[in-house]
Design a protein around this ligand. Sequence first.
Ligand SMILES: Nc1nc2c(ncn2[C@@H]2O[C@H](COP(=O)(O)OP(=O)(O)OP(=O)(O)O)[C@@H](O)[C@H]2O)c(=O)[nH]1
Ligand SMILES: [Mg+2]
Ligand SMILES: [Zn+2]
Length: 296
Amino acid sequence: MPAVEPRQGLVTRALGGFFFVASAGKTYRCTAKGVLKQRAEIIVGDRVTFIETEPMRGVIDDVLPRRTRLLRPPVANATKAVVIFAINKPPPNYMLIDRILVQAEAAGLNIIICLNKIDLIERAGQDQELLIPYRSAGYRTYSVSSKTRANLEPLRDEFKDCISVLAGQSGVGKSSLLNALEPGLELATGKISSRTLRGRHTTRRVELLSLATGGLVADTPGFSTLSLPDVEPEELVYLFPELGAIAPYCRFADCRHETEPHCAILAAVGAGEVAASRFQSYLSMAAELRELRRKW
Ligand SMILES: Nc1nc2c(ncn2[C@@H]2O[C@H](COP(=O)(O)OP(=O)(O)OP(=O)(O)O)[C@@H](O)[C@H]2O)c(=O)[nH]1
Ligand SMILES: [Mg+2]
Ligand SMILES: [Zn+2]
């Protein structure tokens, strides 16, 4: 039999030991070569080489080096994180949003914030108020409604020419947003529980979808807890861009920004230049990292 040339492709779904690999307009159902299974997991977004063993079936024999890697949601090679929360149903979980942001910063992603369900606002300007902390942090922010399609057009451009990953709690409307942006996707969406106001974990797996504008986007399952990246407590401040920018102005090089005199961050929080919610998230995550380090 003549030697078969390996093809290159992109893993778009992983399911029960199979990897769906997109290559030159077709999707191949692949398994992984034994040694690969032991050495490294293969995740959605991975660029792989595979051998076509039967028509539309193959075996992955190599995973190309990853440009970026997010642990949760597990996606390789994303360049942008779209962090989503909702006006209500479910109510915003600020600590979770900040943890997602910290993970995305640590992974080196370009980050945008998207507030969905603005059709549920209770007073004018509520959406902009909720976005202030993130805008002050330097993130581009969007306030949209997947339901009424309000403000979707400016957001559409963010998905062009990049691999983006959606992240946020169950029920905030990640799949609904993609359905609104891209007719024809028909992703499953789930009702919010009327008792708990929470989502029902409708999306079960990461899936990489291609958009008509040329971008790739990963729809992902919602989650409500998230670990911290593996950084030293002193490094954490730099994963909050607005805090990292002023930390060098603290009097003491080992300032923890808690009670120290001449702390530039405490001064900025006092002056209202940094959102209190972001600073609180920083303090609680820093304490958590120190606690983890103490245990080791
Ligand atoms: N009022 C309103 N409801 C919305 C909007 N976007 C989504 N929803 C509703 O919110 C519910 C959850 O939407 P999903 O798209 O399934 O949420 P998800 O973030 O994908 O949730 P998981 O897949 O569980 O992580 C559905 O009932 C949607 O119809 C919106 O802009 N306004
Ligand atoms: Mg979903
Ligand atoms: Zn300080």
